[in-house]
Design a protein around this ligand. Structure first.
Ligand code: 5AD
Ligand code: SF4
Length: 429
């Protein structure tokens, strides 16, 4: 039996695209292997959101060169955002690569398998939303569901509109059919995926889609990523409040606390717009967890702008953030802006952001000690055979002692006995 190995970089969208490529290969009679040395085909599903992700991939790709020399029959494929961005230049950089598969062309993987020549597929695919690919689901409990692809926002720092193309929403019927099928196979939680889920538009808008998914029997939880603050409507806030399966968590990237920087980022909201949306959200859904993304050292960010971000973190008190140093991405507006910030300044600002947020995250988690929470059991935490891992509805990781009558997929009520910065410990009540 032929074997394949996939290395995935980047976001949940990429993770799910890897599930689709694995689905195609399984259907073709291939078997997955954890060890690239055993594989007949090695796929890199790449990310180009920041330079670091790109460097990580190219260094791993370089290591494969000797393997290809030893065993020329092995096929090397590069998929994902770097494939889309570099296209045929990948072959110039690494002539031992066999195919380059763009983000909208995963369905062509099957055609490439039996070819002996180089293959390149990076065209826009207008039927992307109708392409029905077999999917290998790595979790029996939680499933990703694409509701839309691409992005139209062109935030000035971001490559995604270039690597993933313009927004395309799937029809609600095809989404609901997929969710029903997942429920019939025992999936308990669906995570709706899109670069900007709340601009989803078919015959239904995003809150209306949530209403329909909420009706699917067997599904117990609904999550969605990522939301854009400018599209966070009152209707969506009420959907989170009223629909019992929609979890009380939203990932809402702020990016900066300075309205001047937000304008340069082309984010289409001011800090005050953002704050008032958060206040509305918290008024309607008091226990909602809010997480965010922050970029440190965007071009023209002064010390005062940075302090406004620090003040914003203190004022909003996110449950957690992902924070990054601004990274120049080829082809984006921000990469050409004047006033680029020195690397050391970026590092120091990022450090200050992380320090403040760590303290806030820990303090917020501590408040949960002694409270009751509902968790969905996902499996075993790494190396801890005697424990179970699950998430609260607010998306916090929680570890509980294992019990014989519990299994993956159970929703259990627990008492939080101890809170750490990155996880909670609980006991069954
Ligand atoms: N530099 C740094 N961070 C970036 N992000 C996107 N593009 C860049 C960039 N060029 C961050 C944003 C986004 C998250 C997914 O990645 O914060 O929300
Ligand atoms: Fe990038 Fe902005 Fe689109 Fe998010 S909304 S993918 S940050 S362009």
């Amino acid at each position: 039996m032929k074997k394949y190995h996939i290395t995935t970089f980047g976001c949940q969208m990429n993770f799910h695209d890897s599930e689709k490529m694995a689905g195609i290969l399984d259907a073709e009679g291939y078997q997955e292997t954890a060890n690239p040395i055993d594989a007949d085909i090695i796929i890199f599903n790449t990310c180009s959101i920041r330079q670091k992700a790109e460097q990580k991939f190219f260094s791993q790709l370089g290591k494969i060169k000797s393997l290809k020399k030893k065993r020329p029959s092995i096929k090397i494929a590069v998929a994902g955002c770097i494939a889309q961005h570099y296209g045929s230049k990948i072959f110039e950089k690494a002539p031992y690569v066999d195919f380059v598969l763009g983000t909208q062309n995963l369905h062509l993987l099957k055609d490439f398998l039996n070819k002996d020549f180089y293959g390149l597929a990076i065209d826009e695919n207008p039927s992307l939303t109708d392409t029905d690919l077999p999917i290998k689901r790595y979790s029996p409990i939680i499933a990703y569901v694409n509701i839309m692809y691409g992005c139209n926002n062109f935030c000035s720092y971001c490559v995604v509109p270039y690597t993933r193309g313009p927004e395309k929403s799937r029809t609600h019927t095809s989404i609901i059919n997929e969710v029903k099928e997942l429920a019939s196979r025992g999936i308990k939680e669906v995570i709706l995926l899109g670069q900007n889920v709340n601009s989803y538009r078919s015959e239904l808008n995003f809150p209306q889609l949530l209403v329909k998914i909420n009706e699917v029997k067997g599904i117990e939880r609904i999550r969605f990523i990522t939301s854009h603050p400018k599209d966070l409507s009152d209707e969506l806030i009420l959907a989170i409040k009223d629909l019992d399966k929609v979890c009380e968590h939203i990932h809402l990237p702020l990016q900066s606390g300075s309205s001047k920087i937000l304008r340069l980022m082309n984010r289409e909201y001011t800090y005050y717009d953002y704050l008032s949306k958060i206040q509305k959200l918290r008024k309607e859904v008091p226990d909602i967890a809010i997480t965010s993304d922050i970029i440190a050292g965007f071009p023209q960010e002064t010390e005062e702008d940075h302090l406004q971000t620090i003040r914003a973190l203190k004022e909003i008190e996110f449950d957690g953030i992902f924070s990054f140093k601004f990274s120049k991405r080829e082809g984006t507006v921000a990469s050409q802006m004047s006033g680029q910030v020195d690397e050391e300044v970026k590092s120091r600002r990022l450090y200050e952001i992380i320090e403040i947020q760590n303290e806030i995250t820990e303090r917020k988690n501590k408040k949960l000690e002694g409270t009751y929470q509902e968790i969905l059991l996902e499996g075993l935490p790494k190396k801890e055979i005697e424990k179970f891992m699950g998430r609260t509805r607010t998306n916090k990781i929680c570890i509980i002692p294992k019990k014989d009558d519990l299994k993956e997929g159970d929703v259990v009520k627990i008492l939080i006995t101890k809170a750490n910065r990155h996880s909670l410990l609980g006991s069954i009540v």
